[in-house]
Design a protein around this ligand. Structure first.
Ligand SMILES: [Zn+2]
Length: 343
């Protein structure tokens, strides 16, 4: 026995989340019930309690309906990881918002019309989605060192892969989040200049947790190649934060195959969001990935009843990272999100 073994034993500890428990060196899966006031929902979880000491990482997918890559990658990762090889504790929740994910209502929950990723850290006395956000925050994120929330271009959204993180003003925490974001290996990293708002990763960052958002795949894509891209990124992240040994056994045995080297990163910052001002049919004239100039017409909304046509213009100069793939839009629908290079 070496001193390292002694240290490891001293530092590993039981992992308990709601009604699930995993001793060091074991893995447990099941569902736990969240009380949302007027209803309950069963949230699937896998706890991987590593045999070796290390950080606690939380991964969530399925915050929104119609976003499939994160759900699939999280479920595959939960099945593949062996606790004997894991350093620290990994909590994986593939479907964090079951009412929205199974109800197929895209950004908002069919229960109350609320977008959960606008109301974190939630409200335990609020409506059902606010209560679910509060439950997820208290149950999963309390005690976490690092957090990755997996999103995608939903069925109604075109999207270019990117990783996002927020600046909190805590230099050490911000550096940790930036390094995590870069470790995923996607070409584009978008930095949010504040940690304001109700996004899960922003609320987690405000709590002192190194948190990132990973967006993968376009328009409801769930093909194996797209899910593999995300899994490769997750394995790179796990190695970066120390949950997996860089020279560990997952190389050729990873369900996604050996993770390729990360690509050079380009840094971006959000500069504009064009939203619909009318109800009608959306005919885009610029695609996700296009560079656009402020004021440029990027599409039209046509009234099938013969009313006036609405031109939609770019609200800033930059590149479209996600856009509306849906055809029938209502006021407030997000049509194009634009980011510009960040120095
Ligand atoms: Zn989403």
């Amino acid at each position: 026995m070496t001193n390292d073994d002694n240290d490891a034993r001293a530092m590993t500890r039981d992992l308990t989340i709601a009604t699930l428990r995993a001793e060091p060196g074991t893995k447990t899966s099941g569902s736990v019930t969240a009380d949302l006031g007027t209803l309950t929902t069963d949230v699937p979880l896998t706890l991987i309690n590593g045999a070796h000491p290390g950080p606690r990482l939380v991964i969530t997918g399925g915050m929104h309906g119609g976003e499939f890559t994160g759900v699939d990658a999280a479920a595959r990762l939960a099945a593949a990881l062996e606790p004997g090889e894991v350093h620290g504790q990994i909590v994986i929740c593939p479907v964090a918002n079951p009412p929205a994910a199974y109800g197929g209502r895209l950004g908002v929950s069919p229960v109350d019309g609320v977008n959960i990723n606008r109301v974190f850290p939630g409200d335990p006395d609020g409506g059902p989605t606010e209560r679910l956000a509060a439950w997820l925050f208290a149950t999963l994120l309390d005690g976490a060192d690092a957090y990755a929330d997996l999103h995608a271009g939903a069925i109604d959204l075109t999207l270019d892969d990117f990783v996002g993180y927020r600046l909190t003003g805590d230099a050490a925490l911000d550096a940790q989040a930036e390094a995590m974001a870069r470790s995923v290996g996607y070409r584009d990293v978008i930095v949010g200049l504040t940690a304001d708002g109700g996004n899960s990763h922003a609320a987690a960052a405000r709590q002192g947790i190194a948190a990132i958002l990973i967006e993968t795949g376009t328009a409801g894509d769930r093909t194996p190649a797209t899910v593999r891209r995300l899994l490769d990124g997750l394995y790179r992240l796990l190695r970066h934060i120390g949950c997996l040994d860089p020279a560990g056994p997952y190389g050729d045995d990873e369900p996604s195959g050996p993770a390729p080297a990360p690509r050079p990163v380009r840094d971006w910052v959000w500069v504009g969001l064009a939203a619909s001002e009318a109800t009608g049919l959306w005919y885009p004239e610029a695609a996700t990935g296009d560079e656009v100039t402020e004021g440029q017409v990027i599409g039209r909304i046509i009234d099938p009843a013969g009313g006036p046509e609405h031109k939609v213009t770019a609200t800033a100069t930059g590149r479209i990272f996600y856009g509306m793939n849906g055809f029938t839009v209502a006021p407030g629908a997000e049509l194009a999100a634009i980011a510009a290079p960040h120095d």
